[in-house]
Structure formats: structure tokens, C-alpha cells
Ligand binder design. Sequence first.
Ligand SMILES: Nc1ncnc2c1ncn2[C@@H]1O[C@H](COP(=O)(O)OP(=O)(O)OP(=O)(O)O)[C@@H](O)[C@H]1O
Length: 476
Amino acid sequence: MATTEAEEAAKRVQYPLDSSSYKLLNEIGAGVSAVVYKALCIPMNSTAVAIKSIDLDRSRLDLDDVRREAKTLSLLSHPNILKAHCSFTVDRRLWVVMPFMAAGSLQSIISHSFPNGLIEPCIAVVLKDSLNALSYLHAQGHLHRDIKAGNILVDSNGQVKLADFGVSASIYESTCSSLKFTDVAGTPYWMAPEVIHSHTGYSFKADIWSFGITALELAHGRPPLSHLPPSKSMMLKITKRFRFSDFDKYRKGNGKKFSKAFKDMVASCLDQDPSKRPTADKLLKHPFFKNCKGSECLVKNVLQGLPSVEKRYKESKVCSVHEDGEKGGDNDGDGDDDDPSVQGKQRRISGWNFNEEGLELEPVFPNDEVKEVRFGGETVVQQTGEHVVNREGMLATLNVLKGSLEQELWQVKFLVSTIQGEETHHQVQVVGGDHSEEQEISRLRAELENERRKNTQLELQLHTCKLHLSSLSTSK
Ligand SMILES: Nc1ncnc2c1ncn2[C@@H]1O[C@H](COP(=O)(O)OP(=O)(O)OP(=O)(O)O)[C@@H](O)[C@H]1O
């Protein structure tokens, strides 16, 4: 029987809202702008809790949004949704106090003990529980917007809960019309195409795409393209400059076999067209979830013998320190940006197709011809078809270049006229005849000649630049 809001509130125990009531034990995880601790709540019989401490200066979260979201989420209640006990600020940090989920996130489990992914029956348990949470969330008008294994937590008894509503949003509070969002939220590898190209707007189906990517993550041990850095530059790479060599690295896979039902279920989530992706409710009825086992499957095959979340986190930190030491100073993580041997392999990608056979995403390359143009010392990818790559960006760069060339031209002209003026002045003086002055005059003449040559070159460059601009504007 469903409990009423009042009954729920009465059952809820109020956790203390001051940091001194909590004893921090160990770090158990860290995200982009947060650290997660295992802690004890002293006034509550030292109950174990997890505290996510978010650095508000580094986070994209706005405190008012967090408060509003926390209020809305406090009204949600579902066995597969992890609800925070409370949250409060400590200096410039937001502390979110949550139930401690002893096995940590699926991401921390697979990265430590299942680098090639989980077995299919366990994937089904995790996905079905997460889908139950998602279906409830969507029915309440909420988008999660950050579905991934790192946000699916497991308790010691195999209970699965969807967590981290940091970027979640209520469709009813959206200021956008037609129940669509346009802000880019979430984590790049899991983001739906319509979220990346956010001008088209996105809605519930963006969560379904991320759910499909999470299924691949649980199956392969990592999401597609995770060998690329998760930054904006990665977004550029996957949409415009993804390399064949990188794709080949990813294609190798791990030789695991998956059922037809699983591949079909994932394929339906990863349809390029959001309207063709199933709703969470419909997905729950997919044959893949028909004979799904219970949490005991996770206890037996995943949790048994698994080191504690704090131990796993400690080990992962040691490993990453070693790896960083070995890698050296590579800025974006892929290490070969400046390698001329790979520059020729760059090609733009217009979308992604799910390859059911290989259980992976495959890039879709546009048919039209792509040519590389060298301009201002940079290689610009130019396309002859209808989707010209980042035309606005290129026009902006050319305009800046044109501006700076005009300025330089003006400076050279000024210099030339100044020197010409000095030359006349010197000619007047030379009447008296002085050897050192003659030398000075020929030096100035040489300088003047030099500046004239430069001037001609700049005028030529400016002319080329103008031609480029007008050809781009007319083709637009
Ligand atoms: N309530 C919890 N109980 C137990 N472990 C937790 C809990 N919350 C988080 N963790 C652990 O801390 C790790 C980091 O959590 P966090 O939510 O900061 O990471 P993330 O979701 O991977 O990163 P981000 O949200 O910044 O993208 C998780 O992977 C998980 O192992």
C-alpha cells in the first residue's frame, strides 16, 4: 500500500544539520567537484552514512537550484532511489548526507574487479532496478540527466539504488516550452546526441540513451569512447575530429558474447532519433528483463569476496598516482595531438550507429568530400557538402585575422610615412655632406625597402583573407 506524504514525513528521522555531529572516517570516492566520505552520525547511534562534500566554487551547481531540487526530491519515494538524509553548507562546501551503500557504485565495482564487465544475468538485475527508478522518476516529471554506472549504488545485500540527482531536473519547473531542455548537463560519454547538440532540445529520451550507454558500460567495463578525454576537446573529437586509429583501438572489444535480447534492448535505447527510443515503462516490458534474477545473483557473482568500497578507492588512488607518473606531461590524455603521423587520420563524424553484432557504437561518416585547408598555421577541416564544419567558428577566426592584418597594415603604412618624412629631412641635411650621415641614409633606405616589401606581403595576405571570407559568405 502506498504511504501518504504525511506518513512518510513522520517516519523520516531528522539528521543533524551541523558538521560537528559527523565523524569522517575515510574517503570512498571523488567526482569532478566533490569528495565522498564514509562517516558516522554520532547522535544517531553512530550510524554509518556517506557524505558527499561538494566544492561550490568548482561545481556547476547553483545553491538555489540545489535547494529547490532537494525540496522536490524529498517528495519522491521509491525503493530504487537513494534519498539523501539531509544537506547543509560547511563554509563554501555543500554536504549531502546519504545512506551508506556498502558496496559503492557499479563503476567502482567494475573498475576494480570486473574490468571486462559483468555477466549478463547480473547486468539484467542492475539495469532492471535502475529502470524501475527511472520509470518512477519520469512518471513524476523528472529527468535524471546523469545516468551512468557511477550513479548506481549497491548495498551489501545486493539492493540497487539510483543516486546523484545533482543535475536532475523537473520538467514542470522548466522554463522551456514543449517540455524540452536546452542546457548541456550530464557526463560527456553518456550524453545523448540531442543533449550535445542542445539547440534541438531534449527530454526524457535523453535518459534512455544514457541508460543504453550504461548497459554497454556494464557489459564492456567502460563506456564507448572512454579512451578519449572527457573534456570539451573530447566533444570536438567525437563530433568532428575522431580518429580512425582511436576507433580501431576501441573496436577490438573483449570477445564476450551477449544474448540477442540484450543487444536488441541496447539498440533500441541508442536510436539516433529520440522519438524512436522506448519509454522507461516500455523498456521494462522488453524480453531481456523477463526472467531477470533477484539481488542474490549480485551477492553471489559480484559482491562475494569484493574488497570494501574504502579499500578499493584507496587502491585506485595509488594506481592513478603511478599511471600519472609514467604518462608524463600529456595535456589532454590522448597524447598524440601534435603527432604529425596521426593528423591525416582525422575525420568528422555526423552521428553514431549501434552495431548489434559487436555490441558497440560505430561512427557515421558523412559521404561528402572532406578536405583539409591550411590557414594561418592551423589545419581547418572544410567540407564541400551541406554540413560545412563549424562555419561560424571559421568566419569568426577569419574576421579576427582580417582585423589584425588591417591593424598591422596601418602600422606599416604609418612607419613608412614616418621614415619617408625622415628621409626628406636627411636629404636637406646631406647638402652639407657628411659620411656618417650618408651611411645613415642608406640604412634608412634599406629599412624603407624592407617595410615596403612587408607591406606588399600583408596586402596580399589581406586580399587572400577577403577572398576566403567572401567565398564562405556566398556558399552560406
Ligand atoms: N551513498 C554512498 N554510499 C557508498 N558509496 C558511495 C555513496 N555515494 C558515492 N559513493 C562512492 O563514491 C564514488 C564517487 O561518487 P560521486 O557521486 O562523487 O561520483 P561520480 O558520480 O562518479 O562523479 P560525478 O558525480 O562527479 O560525475 C562512487 O563511485 C561510489 O563508489
